[in-house]
Design a protein around this ligand. Structure first.
Ligand code: SF4
Length: 469
């Protein structure tokens, strides 16, 4: 999940800021200053916030489905293997796929595509995109809410139907060593495979595509100029397919496209098709992610990635389990793969009081980063603000953030930042590891001073790691 800074937005960004509907008022989103456009939940049986473990009844249903399609021995094999997998496979939403008119409208819009990276198991399917490995019987919906099994085929519902398309400073991702001062055309689609208690974008990540997009009425595929004047309802109905997304980025003079705000790995097909179209037009691609993805799709993605921002949410399985409903090892594997594939990336660590603010653990994390990724991997410590299911906690104290930065530097990391906290000195300053002088200074999302020449420190000529040209 994207953990971009929680600095209140102002200026052009604020115009499209999304605020959640009050509980019980529907499951859509509304844009500030505009009226809500709630969409009904089509299946009605999925629980939006907590999902449902694969149950005994569901195991029996898988068995029955297998029996219907594969017959005797095959079905029994499926039955027993699904029982074994049920102990580890993720929660899913049983019988929650869209059907009837909604399914037809979704298809008509082109918002349905067959998924990549999955296994067909008779009429059942198993997604192999992220480590959750959702196991779906016909008409089930995945944990990330984006994928459904229809008659033994896995489909994504998040294709060509973005939310929050807008031009952002690349520093907002945050990426500090990647084309500083440039703009990145940024968008999301619904869904995420995590359940972070602190999620700041839960109104996007913990939503089904049908709760954010409206397929009714005439198709709406505006060009970039029209998007400037689009209402919230227009955006809810709008399709932006990969070529059109690239045209938007070019119109707004962005040098990159950022897949962000929710978890782009779970709308993989939309992301990778857009990234390929962007490459063809010489735009860069930025993946803002929690890093929870399997190696095969990651290898495919690396072919078109230029930059990534990876949210390392903690440094133990226990923290990942309590805070995010995930595991640490796949995220570390992602970081190592990005390094091997030569994709530029930066790491963020949100310091959540009582969860991720233990400085001994921070030290272990920094040591791992230096040992496995090298001292040039930028690390951003970000201040937690009470949010989503952790509103009872206080924001991260400034001293904890400053202490974490000191620990990271002691462990040998060259580029350490403090985000979402305006009262820390040099929070966003890049220092030359050679002469220790400031080579890039920032205020908020703006670059105020650059003392780089050809990617080197102007003072002592030490190379500064990053993508500068
Ligand atoms: S991407 Fe979605 S459907 Fe696939 S395994 Fe992950 S949570 Fe499940």
């Amino acid at each position: 999940m994207d953990q971009e800074p929680q600095v209140p937005m102002s200026g052009p960004e604020a115009a499209s800021e999304v605020s959640p509907l009050p509980s019980g008022e529907g499951q859509g989103v509304r844009v500030r200053g505009d009226s809500p456009s709630p969409r009904p939940s089509p299946g009605g049986r999925g629980r939006p916030d907590d999902g449902c473990f694969v149950s005994r009844r569901q195991v029996l249903r898988y068995g029955a489905a297998g029996l219907a399609c594969a017959g005797g021995a095959g079905a029994l094999a499926w039955y027993f293997s699904s029982r074994a997998r049920a102990a580890t496979a993720a929660e899913v939403f049983p019988h929650d796929a869209p059907s009837g008119q909604l399914w037809e409208l979704w298809q008509k819009r082109g918002w349905v595509r067959e998924a990549r990276h999955y296994l067909k198991l008779g009429r059942n399917v198993q997604c192999k995109l992220c480590p959750n490995e959702c196991l779906l019987a016909p008409e089930d919906r995945s944990r990330c809410r984006d994928r459904v099994n229809k008659d033994g085929t896995l489909y994504t519902l998040a294709y060509g139907n973005p939310t929050m398309p807008q031009s952002d400073p690349v520093e907002k991702k945050p990426l500090y060593h990647f084309l500083p001062g440039s703009f990145s055309y940024s968008f999301a689609a619904a869904g995420c495979g995590f359940r972070c208690l602190n999620c700041q974008n839960w109104y996007l990540s913990q939503r089904k595509p049908e709760e954010l997009k409206d397929p009714r009425g005439p198709a709406l595929e505006p060009d970039a100029r029209h998007l400037l004047f689009a209402t919230a309802q227009d955006v809810n109905r709008m399709s932006i397919f990969p070529d059109a997304m690239v045209a938007m980025a070019e119109y707004f003079e962005c040098r990159s496209i950022a897949y962000t705000y929710s978890e782009p790995s779970v709308w993989f097909e939309y992301m990778i098709d857009t990234a390929r179209a962007a490459r063809a037009k010489k735009l860069r691609n930025i993946w803002v992610t929690c890093g929870y993805i399997q190696q095969e799709p990651l290898a495919e993605l690396c072919q078109v990635l230029d930059g990534a921002h990876v949210d390392l949410k903690g440094f133990s399985d226990e923290t990942y389990s309590r805070l995010n409903s995930g595991k640490l090892a796949p995220v570390l594997a992602t970081l190592q793969r990005l390094r091997r594939e030569n994709v530029w990336f930066e790491v963020i660590n949100l310091m959540v009081p009582t969860y991720t603010d233990d400085l001994a653990t921070v030290r272990s994390m920094c040591r791992w980063l230096v040992d496995h990724l090298g001292p040039d991997c930028p690390l951003h410590f970000s201040r937690f603000m009470p949010n989503h299911k952790l509103t009872q906690l206080q924001e991260t104290p400034k001293d904890v953030l400053v202490g974490a930065r000191a620990v990271a530097r002691e462990e040998g990391l060259h580029y350490v930042y403090v985000g979402n906290c305006r009262d820390v000195d040099d929070a966003g300053t890049t220092f030359c590891p050679g002469c220790q002088r400031a080579v890039i200074q920032r205020v908020g999302f703006s670059v105020t001073t650059t003392r780089l020449a050809g990617g080197k420190c102007e003072f002592c000529k030490t190379p500064i790691a990053g993508v500068w040209a």
